[in-house]
Design a protein around this ligand. Sequence first.
Ligand SMILES: [Mg+2]
Length: 129
Amino acid sequence: MDKYNFSGKKILIAEDESTNFLYLKALLKKTNAEIVWAKNGAEAVEAVASQPDIDIVLMDMMMPVMDGKTAAVEIKKFCPQMVIIAQTAFALFGEREEILAAGCDNYVSKPIAGNLLLEMINGYLTKIQ
Ligand SMILES: [Mg+2]
C-alpha cells in the first residue's frame, strides 16, 4: 500500500517550466490526486476562481505574466481558505517572510524533496477533510 492516498483531491500545480511540472505530476501520480496545470500566475488565479473543487495549490514563485506571490495575494482575496504551498528556487534570507506575507501557507525550496512535499500536502489535506 502506498503511504499517501489523495483520491478525490484536486491539486493545482502552478509552474511555468514543463520539466518541473512533470516532476511534480510524477511525484503525485501514485497518490491518485487529480492534477491541474496552470502555466503562470494569471492561469492559477483563473483556475481557482473557476474550479471550486481545487483543494490545494503548489505555487511556483517565478512565473511569467503574473508571479507566484501576486497570484497568491489575488487568490487569498476571494478564497482565503485555499492552502497555497510556495515553491521557491532561492532560499535568500527574508524570502520566507515575503512568501508568507503574500498569503502562502508554507513553502518548499527547489530542488524539491519529494517526501517532504508529500508529507506537507498530506498534513493540509488531512486538516481539510
Ligand atoms: Mg518558474
